[in-house]
Design a protein around this ligand. Structure first.
Ligand SMILES: [Fe+2]
Length: 258
């Protein structure tokens, strides 16, 4: 149930996000403001947004809806806020948030978030590129990024928010684990291709040596699961995966005014 005061929690979050991300460039107050925002976001639950958990399967029409949908709540020049809903087994493929900050707070279900960072500002200049299996085409070589796996963690409604910044945990893949899941997503500033903030997608490459190692024994890496934090990883920038699409649906919660 929404808390027993007059201002809905999501409205407070929106107001605090406005205040926080206006301070983004004058960082003297940013940390304090961000802490206040984090406290509010940590407290939010699905009921505050009038969202209820969805059945894993069998609901009429569910198979027709996209595996991932987005409820838009609000957007300003400083930030965007909405809810992603993932069907059981759905994933948001590995993608980036150029020059952006983000907060992800689970509302129901469980998600696994794998975070990466690029190690160089420019792609492959002056780097020794390993041999990959399967081998890359010359065109693909231009879209290579040396990167590092920062963390792999699971989040539920009782977890605090998962954070990203322009330099830390900026790329992530999000998987629904054990059933459907939903999370509140705040990005600051919002994606804006006209301002250099387009969303790019990536796939994780295997070097020949890694492939040989994983072929020798049963390993989770056979299923593409990287678990070793701070491990160097090579990423290939790719078009949006054809099997991923994000539908839209109306946000049922309290209206937000900013
Ligand atoms: Fe994201």
């Amino acid at each position: 149930m929404p808390r027993g005061n007059k201002t809905p929690l999501i409205q407070k979050i929106a107001k605090q996000a406005c205040v926080t991300f206006k301070e983004l460039r004058s960082s003297a107050n940013f940390s304090d403001k961000q802490q206040e925002l984090l406290s509010l976001v940590t407290a939010v639950r699905a009921a505050d947004l009038r969202i209820s958990s969805r059945p894993s399967s069998g609901a009429a029409g569910q198979q027709q809806s996209p595996p991932v949908t987005y409820m838009h709540i609000c957007e300003t020049d400083q930030f965007s806020m909405g809810v992603f809903l993932l069907r059981s087994g759905a994933s948001i493929p590995l993608h980036d948030h150029p020059d952006m900050n983000g907060m992800l707070k689970v509302l129901y279900g469980k998600v696994r978030v794998r975070c990466f960072d690029k190690l160089e500002a420019n792609a492959t200049n002056n780097l020794v590129i390993p041999e990959f299996n399967p081998p890359l085409t010359p065109l693909q070589t231009d879209n290579l990024w040396r990167s590092v796996l920062r963390s792999v963690a699971e989040y539920t409604e009782n977890s605090g928010p998962c954070l990203l910044t322009p330099l830390r945990d900026n790329l992530h893949q999000i998987d629904a684990v054990g059933g459907p899941a939903a999370f509140l997503d705040i990005l600051a500033p919002p994606y804006n291709p006209d301002d250099g903030r387009d969303c790019h997608y990536y796939s994780i490459l295997k070097t020949v040596a890694e492939k040989q190692t994983s072929n020798k024994g049963k390993s989770s890496e056979e299923h593409g699961e990287e678990k070793e934090e701070n491990k160097e990883i090579w990423l290939l920038e790719i078009p949006q995966p054809e099997d991923f699409g994000c539908g839209g649906e109306p946000y049922p919660g309290p209206l937000v005014s900013i």
